[in-house]
Unconditional design. Sequence first.
Length: 285
Amino acid sequence: MEQALVWLRMLLDLVCAGALGYLLLGRVSEPRTLWLLRGYLLLVALGWLLQRYGNLPLTAKLIEALVLVCGLALAILLQGELRRLLELLGTGRLAVLFGSGQQDLQDASTVDILVDTTAQLSKRRCGGLIVLDLGSDLRPEDFLNPGVPIDATLSVDLLLNLFSADSPLHDGAVLIQANRVASAGVILPLSRQTSFTRHGTRHLAALGLTERHDRCLGVVVSEESGTISMASQGRFERPITRERLRELLSDAVSVQGAGRRRQPRTLPKSSSSGERIEATARNRP
């Protein structure tokens, strides 16, 4: 009976460790980071095997020290993913954590409206920031200021009015959920990347939100130059044309509609330098 309990405890230990490893791997989408995490987990497994079954105390100690050092390095490299993991655990959003939450499905008409709106904003050189929620279950506590609830039918005219200079909500972002305008005047958390400060606060806000929520997109129109940008998973593609924006949005919506647990297309990193902007600034370039 005692031997059976030992084997049962070992099986439970392996199942819990496997579930935790799956949870960590599921929160990482960038290939290089995924390789690093896989290598670290293999190192942990090797250290466990040597401690339990190997008669190599010195090697086991060396691997244990290596695991500790690599763990500290990964904590620095994966601070964004770890912060998001703790946020989801703390707010009880386990469905989003395991990727089984209900998605706010977008359709082709949403893409057409967003493309037409950004094209007109760009032509007028009117700044704007649109957040497209693809199933991140965004809540008011995810923003510095949740803005004004609207819950209105999505249309080009409505978006243009919200971003017009006369609107009191034009400085903030517009949140799109389930093909509807959920809220406007939303103030987003800014990115802490120090290489994007010359792009303006709207760009930093789009980066900051997509760094924390991997299933949302940020479309930005610069007030100074009229250029269009799109942020995804903390990365920018800019400047982009109207056709390129349609391609990126259609790709993200089609992936979401197919029900695959796959991230939207990864965008190349932008390269620029500058100083950090305070997180209390408003979302305006």
